[in-house]
Design a protein around this ligand. Structure first.
Ligand code: NAP
Length: 470
């Protein structure tokens, strides 16, 4: 495929190969963008913004609805693209495509709800004769940088609110999974988006990242990815608004009064969805002592039933990791935990990029699988004596995106809601529950700001105040 700059699909001599991580087969190639390409894309987006800010709300709404319809009509093609360029199974990919249509539909609806309010100027002496209001104006050119693990819907989470709010965008998708983003770009243009409003550059972050994030014409960087890249970008960005959706190592608490079957089913899915490469993935499970053995046993039985590998087959439960390098990394992290005393209940087997769903117990404090983000199909289960102990351990990390608790005791649920240091608490569901209209984001190293269309729209617009001296 080609990249999109200044309304044209542009190719380059130098290519980046997009390979299926399951069998390393070539899916497609994309041009390897240069710093010059980025500069051209930003210049086009500056022109695009002049068009975007004058585009009436009904037109933005129409374009977003129409894009959602196009994606829906091409669901199977999008799903196969996601499943081939990335890690997801075909069933997981279909769910992402559906969610993308929901994200775009919500963006279409929210476009007409970007409201301001009147201001009571007469609350200060000397302002008795002032009347006025504020409304929200678009922020300008947004640099959107996205990760590999949801290569379609996380792009929609940036483009949807950006266009709903009247902005233009330079998008840099993850280098390993650029195709879904480019196809979404095609859908937007077909839906009538003025071409200069969306520019997509395909290239390595290490080569073109600085040119994008340091350019003063960019008013906001909306980044989703790992904490290291996030910190690097923040350090270089200069005077710009920053949205950071970063990683986590999400904790789940399972109390003795919970529905055990439901907790097991939900946590297994939450741990191994997208081969564990999910910012909300279940990583640490704290189970009340009296049900600990039973929980571990049921969890392992369920995990062993997972069908792993051929991700385009309908009955496949889990695909490969995004690269063999990533699978080797997690294999080494688990080795480190084993040396420190962890017990492997199942999994810890690797074949190329495939790393089998792995359940660990006895994991000592401080090893990487305990306190860093695994971003892999590895989950650790720990016994706890009390809810207080579970909350203390859940909070004892540098991340805080989502946490979950399984309980039928409303008082315990409320205690967890109030004391867990995270951006969202999910009750009787795993941490990976997300509906695309809810505010989404984290505390600590998990990020800055919130997505979820209405909330992203607040970040991507700013108030302009109007005051009449009567
Ligand atoms: P990543 O390595 O941080 O890359 C994310 C994006 O940033 C890619 O497009 C990458 O380009 C680009 N990038 C890297 N360094 C850059 C730089 N210096 N300047 C500009 N761009 C740069 O993350 P990933 O491996 O794709 O994704 C996994 C991470 O994303 C995990 O930590 C996960 O938790 C997090 N994540 C968070 C959320 C959330 O909403 N909170 C959702 C999904 C994923 P290249 O591909 O060219 O390197």
């Amino acid at each position: 495929m080609k990249m999109l700059i200044n309304g044209e699909w542009v190719d380059r001599e130098e290519k980046i190969e997009v390979r299926d991580p399951y069998d390393n087969s070539l899916v497609d190639t994309v041009p390897r963008a240069t710093v010059e390409d980025v500069k051209r894309a930003i210049a086009a987006a500056v022109e695009g913004f002049k068009i975007a800010r004058k585009l009436p709300t009904y037109k933005r709404t129409e374009i977003l609805y129409k894009t959602a319809e196009i994606v829906k009509a091409r669901s199977e093609d999008f799903a196969r693209t996601i499943a081939r360029e990335g890690s997801k199974t075909i069933r997981e990919a279909r769910k992402e495509v559906y969610r993308c249509t929901v994200t775009l539909r919500i963006a279409a609806e929210e476009a007409s709800r970007i409201l301001g309010e009147t201001i009571t100027f007469d609350q200060a002496i000397g302002s008795e004769n002032r009347r006025g209001y504020y409304y929200r104006m678009p922020i300008g050119v947004i640099a959107a940088i996205t990760p590999f693990n949801d290569p379609l819907n996380l792009v929609a989470h940036k483009l949807g609110p950006a266009f709903a709010g009247g902005n233009s965008v330079v998008l840099k998708p993850a280098t390993v999974t650029p195709l879904s983003a480019l196809k979404l770009g095609e859908a937007f243009l077909e839906a009538g988006l003025p071409p200069k409003m969306l520019n997509i550059v395909t290239g390595y972050g290490s080569e073109i990242g600085d040119a994008l994030v340091t350019d003063p014409r960019i008013r906001m960087i909306s980044f989703t990815g790992g904490v290291e890249a996030g910190k690097e970008i923040v350090a270089k960005a200069g005077l710009k608004k920053i949205g950071m959706e970063l990683g986590s190592n999400s904790p789940v608490i399972v109390l003795a009064d919970a529905d055990l079957e439901k907790a097991v089913e939900s946590c297994v899915s939450g741990a191994f969805w997208a081969a564990g490469q999910n910012c909300l993935g279940v990583q640490r499970i704290y189970v009340e002592e009296s049900i600990y053995s039973e929980f571990v046993e049921k969890f392992v039985v369920r995990t062993k039933k997972y069908k792993v590998g051929p991700k385009l087959e309908e009955d496949c439960d889990m695909g490969p990791m995004i690269t063999e390098k990533e699978a080797i990394r997690i294999e080494q992290w688990v080795e480190e935990a084993i040396k420190a005393g962890a017990k492997v209940e199942c999994g810890h087997k690797r074949d190329g990029a495939i790393y089998w769903p792995t359940v660990l117990t006895n994991v000592p404090d401080g090893v990487k699988v305990d306190c860093d983000e695994v971003f892999a199909p590895v989950v650790s289960i720990y016994p706890v004596k009390t809810l207080d102990e579970a909350i203390e351990k859940a909070n004892a990390v540098n991340y805080g995106l989502h946490a979950a608790i399984f309980t039928n005791d409303i008082n315990k649920a409320f205690k967890a809601i109030e004391e867990l240091e995270v951006g969202g608490v999910i009750i009787n569901d795993s941490t990976d529950y997300r509906m695309d209209a809810m505010p989404f984001g984290g505390v600590k190293n998990s990020g800055l700001g919130r997505e979820g269309i209405k909330f992203a729209l607040m970040e991507m617009t700013e108030p302009k105040v109007v005051c009449f001296n009567l």
